[in-house]
Write a protein that binds this ligand. Structure first.
Ligand code: IMP
Length: 421
């Protein structure tokens, strides 16, 4: 029986989805990205090498696996070409196992200009966007102005491009009168379109539905995380797409009736890049220690990530919204060497205790349960029976709190450093 599973992040992104897709992709015939764009950075380590993918699905390293960039993704053709070139120089032939939706929207140089101008205009209230043009591109999509991959095959593409660019410049100049589009960037944009045209661009919704009918398995690979979802995240400090399970159906053109498992990835602690509320954030040496031990610096922007304890109120919310069937806990090794570990099990707001995630997280104070830490190096472990009792206690506590089983525990970046429970 064919099945379509979804794998997504349950926190503010950077949970380690790239590694897990890479580990699991052998069970799937297709890996498909359904939302986001080059704001994502999925890091994969194998054979002593490290790759960071931004738009291309993480199954690309397995030749027998087809990879789909779905209609819900936004593509910056210049960065896309760079990713293709990097893969080729490492000996891969992405043209063989990559398919791109004709309906995916394009990020223009003027979208990035708009992103920067809008962040600048927000001043202290800025989102902390990756400035990849994501927000303005999704705005044009829902505003029905956007340009799509299929448009680059049409004779009037240049006219459509100029029209949209002028519209963007009008808006940008109302915020910053001196704003200009760099002619080099514009030139790069047009030359990168040839790369796009040379790849397999098609109605990927037909491909995905046909292979389901033929009994093949699909893995939908989420980007960012549930708390960055435009509906259910910490709005307005969110990204502009649906990062949650529902986004997979809309962003690929597959029916909810076809979805089998929803695998939710979370880190054994919490991180966030950019602005916005973060109740369990640690601004002390403990936070610093997590950042250093976990090498918590953005794979897309290099920014230091904000670090804090695991927030089970938020995790429970993410499990509910996505209908998570399996939890996967990442970076457990990073928590080695702490005497005690704190887990946020409720919030306090105006003297009342909350077990639900409120619309505005800015005013809540986290309430913690404390569990004993472990001092064991986990990074050489290969089997679940090697897990120290304190980590097992941590796992069982989370499972009980969320009423969801943890099926995988990651103890390092490599493919082998993965324990299946
Ligand atoms: P944007 O999607 O680039 O506009 O960024 C909006 C917010 O989402 C900012 O706080 C970013 O730091 C955050 N964000 C976007 N993509 C990622 C990601 O892949 N990982 C973590 N945070 C992200």
């Amino acid at each position: 029986m064919s099945h379509t599973d979804i794998l997504l992040g349950l926190q503010w992104g950077d949970e380690g989805k790239g590694k897990i897709v890479d580990v699991l992709s052998q069970n799937y015939n297709v890996v498909a990205r359904f939302q986001g764009g080059p704001n994502a950075g999925h890091t994969i380590h194998f054979d002593g090498k490290k790759f960071v993918l931004h738009t291309i699905p993480s199954g690309i390293f397995r030749e027998e696996c087809q990879n789909v960039v779905g209609n819900g993704v936004v593509i910056d053709p210049v960065r896309f070409e760079q990713e293709i070139t990097n893969l080729r120089s490492a000996g891969y032939q992405p043209e063989r196992n990559l398919r791109i939706s004709l309906r995916a929207h394009l990020i223009l140089p003027s979208h990035r200009l708009l992103d920067a101008a809008s962040e600048k205009a927000k001043g202290k209230e800025k989102i902390g966007s990756t400035l990849r043009g994501i927000g303005p591109t999704y705005m044009d999509k829902t505003g029905r102005n956007g340009l799509r991959v299929g448009d680059v095959f049409q004779a009037d593409f240049d006219q459509k491009y100029q029209r949209l660019k002028l519209k963007h410049l009008d808006i940008v100049r109302s915020l910053d009168p001196s704003a200009q589009i760099d002619p080099i960037e514009e030139n790069d944009f047009f030359s990168s379109l040839d790369n796009l045209r040379s790849l397999k661009c098609e109605n990927t919704e037909y491909f995905l539905n046909q292979i389901q009918t033929q009994g093949e398995n699909i893995l939908a690979e989420g980007a960012q995380g549930t708390l960055l979802d435009v509906e259910f995240g910490t709005y307005p400090f969110v990204t502009s797409s649906n990062t949650t399970a529902a986004g997979a159906c809309a962003g690929l053109g597959i029916s909810p009736r076809r979805i089998n498992k929803v695998m939710g990835i979370f880190k054994a602690y919490t991180t966030r890049v950019g602005s916005g509320p973060f109740p369990t954030e640690l601004l002390d040496e403990t936070g610093q220690k997590i950042r250093e031990q976990g090498a918590e610096f953005g794979s897309t922007t290099g920014r230091p990530r904000r670090c804090g304890w695991l927030d089970l109120v938020a995790l429970n919310y993410a499990v509910m919204i996505n209908g998570v069937t399996d939890l996967m806990m990442m970076k457990s090794d990073v928590l080695s060497g702490f005497d005690d570990l704190q887990l946020c099990t409720s919030y306090l707001q105006n003297n009342s205790s909350l077990s639900e995630l409120p619309m505005d997280l800015a005013q809540v104070v986290p309430q913690y349960d404390t569990l004993p830490g472990w001092n064991t190096d986990l990074t050489n472990m290969t089997k679940a029976n090697q897990i120290p009792p304190q980590l097992l206690g941590y796992i069982r506590f989370i499972e009980q709190f969320t009423s969801t089983p943890i099926s995988l525990v990651s103890v390092g970046p490599g493919r082998q450093q993965t324990l299946f429970l």
